[in-house]
Design a protein around this ligand. Sequence first.
Ligand code: AHR
Length: 509
Amino acid sequence: MSNNVVPAIINLDVKGPVISRHLYGHFAEHLGRCIYGGFYVGEDSDLPNEGGIRLDVVEALRALDIPNLRWPGGCFADEYHWMDGIGPKDERPAMVNTHWGNVEENNHFGTHEFMALCELLGADPYVSGNVGSGTVREMSDWVEYLTREGDSPMVRLRKANGREEPWRVPFWGLGNEAWGCGGNMTAQQYAAEARRFGTYCRDHGDNKLYRVAAGANSFDLAWTETLMKQLGELGCAYRPTGYMQALSVHYYTVSGPWRDKGDATVFGTDDYYRTMLQAARVDELLTGHSNVMDCYDPGKNVGLVLDEWGTWWNVEPGTNPGFLYQQNTLRDALVASLHFDVFHRHADRLVMANIAQTVNVLQAMILTDPDSGALVLTPTYHVFEMNKGHQDAASLRVDLPSGVPTREVESKELATVSVSASRKDGRVLVSLSNLDAGQAADVELDLRGGAVTGVSARILTAGELQTHNTPDAPDAVAPRAHDQVTATASGLRVHLPAHSFVTVEAALA
Ligand code: AHR
């Protein structure tokens, strides 16, 4: 490839699968300062809040068109007993959060607080039920409490706790990481549990649950195969009213070994490229699981849900190792933009993805200062915002007839330019990432089957890959207008500086 000029063909009139808005989903666990101090500060806080929920956090997430929120875990979900989190706060029993810091959980943020948060956000709730240490009855009662109308034991309890109307709960998780913190089960064991638990998570009235079985640890394709195979063994390829409508998988980008995952802000170029290679493997991951699912469900009725993804670094020095608090740099933003391109390409099977996690934990959108409460939007936040036009848009295939520039990283090839596109409501949105740490690239968009007008572009980049936002420098990495997009005879030429993410938006003429 000479001068890093990348030809890219997009047929504007050939609509691909719709990119579900739920690919831009979120995750909030009772972990570190995600819930307490992040989303929830309590009604007595000096920070503006509604029922204890931080309104600045709500406002920032509403600006992303946040589609859903997964809660209460994670590993925490499989030791959470929902009845401890309802009723008067001072009467709620406390528990120990054994997974995350061994701290006491007072259960002040429970079912009603979570549903109020979702209502404020305008996001669909995705509740993870407890399979690991809970009972079928407990989970079944929770569904009844949340979603049943009329009169029943759980409805009476809900009403006694101040909520007359049922809530709408579209997404329901049948446990979490059952192969590990969710019970250390084999795939066969879990498959049987998923059938049992899923059966008694009833659809009450109009509320139709989309049940998500706890899936594989990254590349464990055998786990997915076991879950898929049982659908056939039960004598049906898939019943829409069955006990599971989707299965999940988790994939984290970790550039070093788990015992020393590297620092969020202090890293070299080699670490950076290793990270990008790991991030790019999400394509291989989704392809692998989708292929297995295709064997048992060629009609793609069962959804694939990547309900935990993102970077995982060593915690910030001086912070509780169990709280998973990490900074977020331009590198994290590029990990996110690369993931989204891959998600868009898998829109036919991938129905939901949830970044881990939304506030103060792992690859967060928002960091809050524990002392001052100051809120900072991370570089990753800006990728979600710049890309939000892809939500519920028809994907557009991007053909790269001459390939893209590559770099050799650990004897493997890393493609350093990534592009995806979609159209919705007479507008087209193209996302372009240049992962190269030092070299610019130009993408020649050959736009066929239509013409565009009113082109505008934004760029997210910074002087260094390590640049990040702090209360003193909140906009060190923030989107800016990008004027290096020029019209050509067949479309647009987009200049991508080294380590940058660019979005180009236009109206279809
Ligand atoms: O997101 C942090 C943890 O990572 C989750 O609790 C767990 O599911 C995963 O291992």
